[in-house]
Design a protein around this ligand. Structure first.
Ligand code: PMT
Length: 223
């Protein structure tokens, strides 16, 4: 049986890859399956937390977890904000689109005689950075999916988004990142600490992330 060290805490998790529609049949998306976020939701629930999972994945919800299904970055933002004030810990494993089509065609875009289609994209809201600006007592955990300069880029995000912990993911390594059942994570803390995790199942990695959150000075949970 898992320790009940998250008992009475409210944990908010985001999972999956957002989809930004271009027209009624197409979208811009990414390779996130939702498995990492679902594993975090499962682990927090096993440890006694009340969990809300904001999911942009089509996987079925894990066990007793309350789930809100969303599609776009904007919908994820709205769902996260609704739940943020009551959250004690926020775990942002979702891969959120940084850009979306500036306009959405009401009808299927036709191929016509065009050899090229030029799309105009506009930035989406950076959910995590906005939460970093408005957080009070919440513990904010971000992820960084990187293909180069893993630690430098992740540490920059930790600072820029005012996070309490970041989980750095080199998504080019086999057995890590998008879609797989395992992950290889490095945890970076604001005080400069660094913890490298071996290749673990996403559920094992999720428990190690929750262990790390417990070492933060303002962790509100109890044994
Ligand atoms: O879902 P799986 O298939 O299991 O894959 C897991 C994963 C690879 C998606 C996951 O481990 C992971 O790394 N998630 C973060 C992916 C990502 O979008 O990273 P990023 O470096 O682009 O974003 C940094 C952080 O800011 C993330 O916590 C992200 O949720 C957040 N963000 C990003 C953009 C945005 N507009 N809003 C955000 O909140």
């Amino acid at each position: 049986l898992a320790p009940q060290d998250y008992r009475e805490l409210f944990v908010l998790v985001t999972a999956g890859g957002t989809r930004e529609p271009l027209d009624p049949v197409r979208y811009i998306g990414n390779y996130s399956s939702g498995k990492m976020g679902y594993a975090l939701a499962q682990a927090a629930w096993e440890r006694g937390a009340r969990v809300t999972l904001i999911s942009a994945s089509s996987l079925p919800p894990p066990s007793e977890v309350e789930m809100v299904r969303v599609e776009t970055a904007e919908e994820m933002w709205n769902a996260v904000v609704k739940n943020f004030d009551k959250a004690d810990v926020v775990l942002k494993a979702a891969a959120v689109a940084d850009f979306r089509p500036a306009s959405r065609s009401a009808q299927k875009i036709k191929k016509g005689d065009n050899h090229k289609l030029i799309l105009e994209l506009e930035p989406t809201v950076d959910i995590l950075a906005s939460l970093g600006r408005r957080k009070e007592r919440q513990i904010l955990v971000g992820f960084a999916a990187e293909t180069e300069e893993l630690l430098a880029n992740a540490r920059q995000k930790l600072e820029d988004k005012r996070l309490d912990l970041i989980v750095a993911n080199d998504v080019t390594r086999p057995g890590a990142g998008f879609g797989s059942d395992t992950n290889i994570c490095t945890l970076l803390f604001p005080d400069g600490r660094k913890e490298e995790l071996p290749r673990l199942t996403k559920l094992e990695a999720a428990h190690r992330i929750l262990d790390a959150v417990k070492t933060l000075p303002h962790f509100p949970g109890r044994e």
